[in-house]
Design a protein around this ligand. Sequence first.
Ligand SMILES: CC(C)(COP(=O)(O)OP(=O)(O)OC[C@H]1O[C@@H](n2cnc3c(N)ncnc32)[C@H](O)[C@@H]1OP(=O)(O)O)[C@@H](O)C(=O)NCCC(=O)NCCS
Length: 172
Amino acid sequence: MIEIRAEEAKDSAAIRQVHLQAFHPRTGEAHLVELLRAAHKMPISWVAVADGQVVGHVVFSPIIIEPSPLVPIRGLGLGPVAVLPAYQNRGIGSELIAQGLKECHQSGYDLVLVLGHPGFYTRFGFTNAKACGLASEYGADDAFMVMELWAGALRGIKGMIKYQPEFNDAGC
Ligand SMILES: CC(C)(COP(=O)(O)OP(=O)(O)OC[C@H]1O[C@@H](n2cnc3c(N)ncnc32)[C@H](O)[C@@H]1OP(=O)(O)O)[C@@H](O)C(=O)NCCC(=O)NCCS
């Protein structure tokens, strides 16, 4: 039985462990989550709870489009997302992402960007961002994907997508 819910104050230490174990030996993602939390830059942060513990976590943080679109756009970057190794490949990561995207939609956001494996993220509805006129500050190509949260959200939107400075600060 898996529960997917919004992060609560008591979850911080367990979330850190999820990222440390899932990304081992990298520690940047765990650090990034703490920097984003301290800066109040993760408006959507969901956890998966199983067997009485936090086993997964996904973050959505605001992205910046340069130059600024004429019509203001509310975009989020998905990630990092992680599931404890012992709980991977059971559908928990997919459920976290799907529930997180639903929350992005319900909270009135327009777009979600992600840098990741196309084989994994296209199943949620992400498509190549470059083909939509969006560039990645990291120079990523196929790995850089976008999803409209309502049909037409991308109309007239072109430019460079930038993540929060905390991503560079954390070395991610
Ligand atoms: C990526 C991750 C969150 C997926 O969580 P999960 O609970 O294992 O995912 P699910 O069980 O819902 O889905 C498993 C599918 O994802 C695929 N998958 C897992 N990790 C992947 C990766 N890094 N890239 C591409 N596909 C991946 C699996 O091959 C599997 O595919 P299948 O459904 O065709 O068999 C988890 O594997 C993880 O924490 N990995 C380490 C951290 C990481 O790389 N995070 C993503 C980058 S921010």
